[in-house]
Design a protein around this ligand. Structure first.
Ligand SMILES: [Zn+2]
Length: 303
């Protein structure tokens, strides 16, 4: 009898041991897969492209962020130009966390001061990273109209964060570590700025999804940063904009000597991508869809 009992205990012990080993193997494999996924996610959170020598475009992965204003939970495309004396940044994304990714890419390439930041738009998905470049003592440029819209947006943001109960708590959690930062200089006429090397022109289009936009034009490099006047692969954010005026402006710039049109969302495009967007915009103008107008953020990338 004894040997039989021992065998059963042995068997139980062996089975238990096997079970433990199986779980250890399972957890190890599972952990490795998770680490692998993490590394993959980190590796593809954004793409940086040097579209022309010293002109870079930062394009975020198409994901919804858990930090920042939920109304602007997808970052806008950003960019930077490295001159001989300094750096110009175009748009600062929807959180300082993404803006730090942009700054990291700048610092990988140069120690020159970041002299200017251009906010092409007043909306959160393009400006909520401003604080990162304020720390760099950059001059943050927008238009008076956009700056006024930002101040109004800030008041609304504070109101939403102060709200009672779950909504306020959620907003405060999401906005933790984010310091709303307004532009430091407002321009009301077109001008050129320089950081050594080619001229960078700041244009004020009187068309587009919102008022007070700035378009950044590099004539020598033939690059045009359009902000949300152009969205590459995303639906336009119409929201009551004057589509005819908008289309007319895009048709005009389509004839300029430009190779790279940088959108407010999506990857850098060419004349073909801009023509496709104009087509989409024209169709939207012909057949207005109330559904699209009321919830553009859900379908695309930010109101
Ligand atoms: Zn946007």
């Amino acid at each position: 009898m004894e040997p039989v009992n021992l065998t059963r205990e042995d068997l139980a012990a062996v089975q238990e041991g096997k079970g433990k080993r199986t779980w250890i193997v399972f957890y190890t494999v599972f952990s490795l897969v998770l680490i692998g996924c993490g590394a993959w996610a980190l590796g593809t959170r954004y793409a940086l492209t040097e579209v022309k020598p010293h002109v870079f475009v930062w394009v975020p992965e198409d994901i919804h962020d858990f930090d920042g204003d939920p109304r602007f939970d997808v970052a806008g495309t950003a960019g930077f130009i490295i001159g001989q004396d300094g750096v110009i940044v175009v748009d600062t994304t929807n959180t300082p966390f993404h803006a730090r990714e942009v700054r990291y890419e700048i610092r990988e390439r140069t120690d020159l001061p970041i002299k200017y930041v251009i906010d092409t738009d007043s909306r959160g998905d393009h400006i909520l990273g401003n604080e990162v470049f304020m720390d760099e003592r950059a001059t943050i440029i927008s238009t008076p109209v956009a700056a006024a819209a930002m101040r109004e947006y800030h008041r609304d943001l504070v109101k939403r964060m102060d709200a009672e109960g779950e909504p306020g708590l959620r907003m405060r959690q999401r906005m933790r570590g984010i310091h709303f930062t307004l532009p430091t200089e407002e321009i009301n006429k077109e001008m050129a700025i320089g950081v050594g090397g080619e001229e960078v022109r700041l244009l004020l289009p009187l068309a587009g999804p919102t008022a007070g936009n700035i378009v950044v034009y590099l004539p020598a490099s033939k690059v045009l940063f359009l902000g949300d006047l152009f969205e590459n692969g995303y639906k336009p954010q119409i929201q009551g904009a004057d589509i005819q005026k908008w289309v007319a402006y895009l048709r005009e710039i389509a004839t300029w000597d430009v190779d790279v049109y940088v959108p407010g969302h999506g990857a850098p495009g060419d004349k073909k991508s801009l023509a496709d967007f104009i087509q989409v915009l024209e169709n939207a103008g012909k057949t207005p869809s109330p559904q699209e107008d009321s919830s553009p953020n859900q379908a695309t990338s930010g109101p």
